[in-house]
Design a protein around this ligand. Sequence first.
Ligand SMILES: [Mn+2]
Length: 324
Amino acid sequence: MNEKISAVINSIKDAENILLTGHISPDGDNLGSMLALKLMMEQLGKKTTIIIDDSIPDCFTFLPNIEEVQQYEEGLTVDVDLIVVVDSSNLERIARVQELVTEQIVINIDHHEDNNLFGDYNLVAEVAATVELIYNIQQEMKEVELTSEIATVLATGLITDTGSFRYSNTTSLTHQIMAELLNYGVDPSLIAKHVLETNSYQNLILRGKVLQDLQVDSTGKIAWLKVSREMLEEVGAELEDTEGLVNYPRTLKGAEVGVLFKEVEEQEIRVGLRSNNYLKVNQVADLFGGGGHPRAAGCTINLKLEEVEKEVIRAIKEQLAKDK
Ligand SMILES: [Mn+2]
């Protein structure tokens, strides 16, 4: 057995009370990893708590046991001897849940190439999704049964992080794991219906509005979209109604990079970056204190929307000159 996996399994077995957490802006991989670990640990008789510093997007409320995910509140305390952080390249990604990290042992399970190995135990590998690593752990835990609930949350992570097995991170191993999960009662059409094929009214209306204002640079290689507070208010939308928008600009014919700028507050702009073939968007995000994968990354910049737009597009042009 891989010694990193056995170290993780041993510290889970040694612990009694375990806190599971993951990054803000939770996605299917993050939630799937935490929920699968919780179900696995419960089979071992462990007490587990899941806390994240964010709310759960509507599309994931169908996940089994999702009601067990608590949202962090100021002043919250926990009595745990082990903390498992999933799908996060650094501890800053868990935001205020960091306040719960004191003397406990920390396990870091992740697949981001810029992971800074913040844990006492680090199970970090370049696989398509963190849930692949959770699946590997399950496979090595002889006393933990792969149930249909565990299979469903793991499959959701695979489907979301690979864009339904379309992104370049997808490997034969990803497909092999999915095939195995299907044998355990996963309903892929149910997952797809909730995660990929359901939009709020506001999401669709906002999408139309935002796409009308698509920007492209003079080379045609960079395309971007902006969501301002004003646009959100106009259609009565919330930030979570921007779900999926980040994937549109890079689909423009000839584009290499797509960017989505979201105005969270007047001087707080969330930037989502996606590329098609060669531009390392995580290096662009890194310039602004963010991170991610070579083809999908993000950062938050505390400047006005127009300034952020100018800075980020300039940084992408410089990165294009390097990566071409
Ligand atoms: Mn992930």
